[in-house]
Design a protein around this ligand. Structure first.
Ligand code: SF4
Length: 404
């Protein structure tokens, strides 16, 4: 029996190509091999892997995750960084991925090799064919050069990807291809990781959702994702000085930029139940004084975006403060709610959320939600219990609001 190793780069490119291979080679064994050392950043690599795994699970195809050999890939394309897409860097990139795939194919006793890269409308089919045939012959394999895009393949791929709610990346994968695409932007969301946590609307938050989904679906539970848009916020930099000393601090989400440096005097301290507020004699900034320094989740969206600093230093009237703050509002951010089981008609709904604060606190761990799925599996299958994982909870409960 033929044994075909299929190099896979992402869920979208594999969703139709694998079906086509199953149809065209019904008596062959297919093994998927996800190998993408070109992807930047690593969270994107993980996201594409999870989606690949989901597709392979749907089709009952074994899939092996290759290593994230970024150093190998970077050294292979050295000197070709400024090549355009479809240029020499891409040829080398295909060569690196297919050579490793051929090596694995040989180890696994496969006699044929192919790649779902031939699905992508952005790749040069002839170059892939040439590289694939060269690499395969070096390893004594047959390369299957199949133009999956033909006969409506691209349309079928798009339809299937939509039905499976697959993550659809908007760049090929490497940093050198991405930078020219975003050259007129001073903010490249694909590359930004601001924290240890899963900030609202971040790739880390999406990865968390996809990990939960993969787990639930692997256990035979149906899931649904619903995207929603929101205005995002990122802290770029901040400084807080009290009487000339630097002070550890946090910033309340949706605090807007302070132009230049705000030098002011504490004019009033107001006691609240859990904290104090220091008002300043000028500017609209405030300082929340807590007993312990931590980020504060927002239970409501912030309509007024005056800068708010959070400190655990006890201030008093007359103290001199110096504040600097740069933040960014991002109008078109996207997050998603994940529905596990038949949430709408279930008798009981268990609610979680996917984001954390920038330190990775105030949120759920993957194990928490997996335990809830395991403990309620029978009731979920019987339609009695549904689980919702909301996006963007900590900065105004926006996921919940998106459905109400
Ligand atoms: S643009 Fe795509 S194919 Fe070309 S080098 Fe980058 S990741 Fe590889």
């Amino acid at each position: 029996m033929d044994k075909i190793l299929v190099h896979i780069c992402c869920g979208v490119d594999s969703v139709y190509a694998l079906r086509k291979l199953k149809e065209d080679f019904p008596n062959s064994e297919l093994i998927g091999y996800f190998y993408d050392p070109n992807i930047h950043p690593e969270e994107e690599f993980e996201l594409r892997w999870i989606e690949t795994k989901r597709v392979c699970n749907q089709l009952g195809i074994e899939c092996i995750k290759g290593d994230y050999d970024l150093d190998l890939w970077l050294s292979s394309v050295k000197g070709l960084e400024n090549e355009p897409e479809r240029g020499e860097r891409c040829t080398v990139c295909h060569d690196v991925r297919l050579t490793k795939s051929a090596e694995i194919a040989k180890e696994l006793g496969c006699n044929k090799l192919t790649t779902v890269l031939m699905m992508s409308p952005k790749k040069d089919f002839e170059v892939l064919k040439e590289v694939g045939e060269k690499v395969a012959s070096e390893y004594g394999l047959e390369f299957l050069a199949i133009d999956f895009r033909k006969n409506g393949g691209t349309e079928k791929m798009n339809k299937l990807a939509k039905e499976s709610e697959l993550y659809h990346q908007n760049y090929c994968g490497c940093i050198f291809g991405l930078l020219p695409q975003r050259q007129f932007s001073d903010f490249i969301p694909e590359l930004i990781t601001f924290s240890k946590g899963r900030l609202a609307g971040s790739r880390e938050e999406l990865l968390f959702i996809k990990q939960i989904r993969l787990y639930a679906e692997s256990n035979g539970i149906k899931c649904k994702e619903k995207d929603f848009s929101f205005i995002g916020w990122r802290l770029l930099s901040s400084v807080c000085k009290v009487n000339k000393d630097y002070v550890n601090h946090k910033v309340l989400p949706y605090s807007r930029t302070i132009k230049g440096v705000l030098r002011a005097i504490v004019s009033k301290i107001e006691e609240r139940e859990d904290f104090k507020i220091a008002y300043l004699n000028k500017g609209n900034a405030k300082i929340y004084i807590l007993n312990e320094l931590k980020e504060l989740p927002l239970s409501e969206p912030r309509i007024f975006t005056d800068p708010v600093f959070i400190v655990d230093t006890q201030l008093k009237e007359g103290d001199k403060v110096e504040l600097q703050l740069k933040s960014e509002f991002i109008p078109d951010m996207v997050s998603q709610n994940l529905y596990i089981g038949d949430v709408e008609s279930s008798e009981r709904k268990l609610e979680f959320y996917s984001d954390t604060d920038s330190d990775g606190n105030n949120g759920y761990r993957l194990e928490d939600i997996i335990s809830a799925i395991d403990e309620n599996k029978e009731d979920i299958e019987a339609g009695k219990v549904g689980i919702v994982v909301y996006g963007v909870e900590l900065v105004g409960r926006l996921g919940r609001r998106a459905i109400s």
